[in-house]
Design a protein around this ligand. Structure first.
Ligand SMILES: NC(=O)C1=CN([C@@H]2O[C@H](COP(=O)(O)OP(=O)(O)OC[C@H]3O[C@@H](n4cnc5c(N)ncnc54)[C@H](OP(=O)(O)O)[C@@H]3O)[C@@H](O)[C@H]2O)[C@@H](O)CC1
Ligand SMILES: [K+]
Length: 483
């Protein structure tokens, strides 16, 4: 499991570790890892000119010490100092001693024009709010120059704790982060600025608390969570999932949700609703009925919402499913006007799977606010509804109402923003719920599989080809291979 910790926790851990080590040890470890990553990137290049962007904190110190190491290896290193009188004194002395030169911000454009690599040491975990004007101007210049950037700890200008980006921020090809990931490195829009993220071990691990702020499943975690039938299994023991989706107007949503459910490891899929003919035509293995969900027979979990529309019959189906004493996933049309008190009063767990627009409606806020502050939004949803909330989008996040780490989904592709893709996801998660996974595990495992299937389906994927890619993704994960 990949983990990320917020700044306050990182600072506490660093203080504890520093108290046991000679002064400067951590910065030396950070700079060594940073310089090695830069050297990797420079290898093969004919000329090796490096520009350091140096702020007045320790992030700038890391850049200066790494620059000194690169200069000793023969690179031409120029440090652009944002506040010359406040630059890290030890780092500056080391760079000068190694033959590096120093430039003022107004010389940055000329230096950048010749650079092979830029090292962004403007701000790290000490950065607050949007970049100040002079730093923002540097970020703009670097972007315009198009030179590859290695960000020190974090791309300057992103919020380390929330992943929010206010105004200009550095866009890195690689971010070298120290001790632990920070939430902002894994959550968009900041994650998009970070590029590839490399973690340098500075010995912080033992000082970090057991509960991180953010986690991301890795292939082995997903493999361990995937249900595996045993010799004793029959279809009921493996779990039966009920799907209440689709309408005369949108029968396809029912077909796609059932398709997702059939690939989620449950023993059987029941369908209840008016799209029975379309469902049975595509998936004859489905147990279909046309009455209300509670008349369909026993299930271990329900999915309600995709393509049900917004008429009184749709409301009746949602209310009927919410009365069931089994885990329920509510998606799409089912989320309209959902009453937090009704969800909180349920006797079994609920999972909500909105995209940003639906989440905004549920929270009574604007869509762009949800997109800018996804972590805050997903936590708020989980808390307000007393439900596991899965916020779909550029970074899919899953929050548990009991608190604890938010799970960030590491798989996926922007191509998954395609019609019907969410219907497949809800069926898939529903089936995982029916097999007995906890709501948090079902939601995050479903998102993982769905994202991976999206990357493995022929490009551009459709909801149907994503569904068809699911078995290969399962097989590879069960074999413990990264597909
Ligand atoms: N602690 C450790 O053990 C280790 C820490 N390490 C490294 O230290 C980093 C943290 O260093 P840090 O605490 O000095 O903060 P840092 O990120 O340099 O930023 C503060 C500076 O930025 C400025 N500034 C703030 N906001 C700004 C804005 N919006 N726009 C522009 N400027 C802004 C702020 O200015 P001020 O408010 O003081 O005027 C101040 O000068 C950490 O990320 C890691 O790289 C590693 O060496 C490993 C060991
Ligand atoms: K930085």
């Amino acid at each position: 499991m990949r983990t990320a910790y917020r700044v306050e926790t990182v600072r506490t851990a660093e203080r504890a570790l520093m108290a046991r080590l000679p002064e400067g040890t951590l910065m030396a470890r950070a700079a060594a890892g940073l310089a090695a990553a830069c050297a990797d990137l420079l290898r093969g290049g004919r000329s090796r000119r490096v520009v350091l962007l140096v702020g007045s904190g320790d992030n700038g110190g890391d850049a200066l010490y790494a620059g000194a190491r690169l200069a000793r290896r023969g690179a031409g290193v120029t440090a652009v100092l944002l506040s010359p009188d406040r630059a890290h004194p030890g780092g500056l002395a080391a760079l000068r001693a190694a033959g590096g030169r120093v430039a003022a911000p107004d010389e940055a454009a000329a230096a950048l024009a010749r650079a092979d690599l830029v090292v962004d040491g403007i701000t790290g975990i000490g950065g607050r709010g949007g970049l100040r004007p002079e730093a923002a101007e540097l970020a703009r210049l670097v972007h315009a120059a198009g030179t590859p950037v290695v960000a020190v700890d974090l791309p300057s200008g992103v919020d380390p704790d929330t992943g929010e980006v206010r105004g200009e921020a550095v866009r890195a090809a690689l971010t070298v982060t120290f001790g632990t990931h920070k939430p902002g490195l894994l959550v968009d829009p900041a994650a998009e600025h970070a590029g590839e993220v490399r973690l340098v071990d500075i010995g912080l691990g033992p000082e970090l608390p057991a509960t991180p702020d953010l986690t991301a499943l890795e292939p082995a975690d997903v493999a361990a969570l995937l249900p595996r039938p045993t010799g004793e299994s029959d279809k009921y023991r493996r779990g039966v999932i009920g799907i209440a989706a689709g309408s005369p107007r949108y029968p396809g949503a029912a077909v796609l949700a059932v398709g997702g459910a059939l690939h989620g490891g449950a023993g059987a899929v029941r369908y209840a609703g008016p799209a029975d003919a379309a469902v049975i035509a595509r998936y004859p293995e489905t147990l279909v009925s046309t009455g209300l969900p509670h008349q369909a027979g026993r299930v271990q979990a329900w999915v309600v919402g995709p393509g049900i529309g917004d008429d009184p019959q749709a409301r009746e189906r949602v209310a009927d499913v919410l009365d069931a004493d089994v885990p329920v996933l509510v998606d799409a049309d089912g989320l309209r006007g959902l009453d937090p008190d009704r969800i909180r009063a349920r006797t079994a767990p609920t999972v909500l799977t909105p995209h940003a627009g639906e989440a905004a409606a549920l929270l009574g806020t604007a869509r762009d606010r949800v997109e800018a502050a996804r972590l805050t939004a997903v936590r708020e949803l989980a808390e307000r509804f007393g439900a596991v909330a899965l916020l779909k989008g550029s970074t899919t996040l899953v929050a548990d109402p009991a608190g604890g780490p938010v799970r960030v989904n590491p798989t996926g592709t922007p191509w998954l923003a395609t019609a019907g893709s969410g219907d497949v996801l809800s069926g898939l998660i529903g089936a995982l719920l029916a097999t007995g996974l906890t709501p948090l595990d079902a939601a995050s495992t479903g998102a993982y599989l769905h994202g991976l299937a999206g990357s493995h389906a022929p490009t551009p994927p459709s909801a149907s080809t994503v569904t068809e890619a699911l078995p290969a993704v399962w097989r590879a994960l069960l074999d413990h291979r990264t597909p």
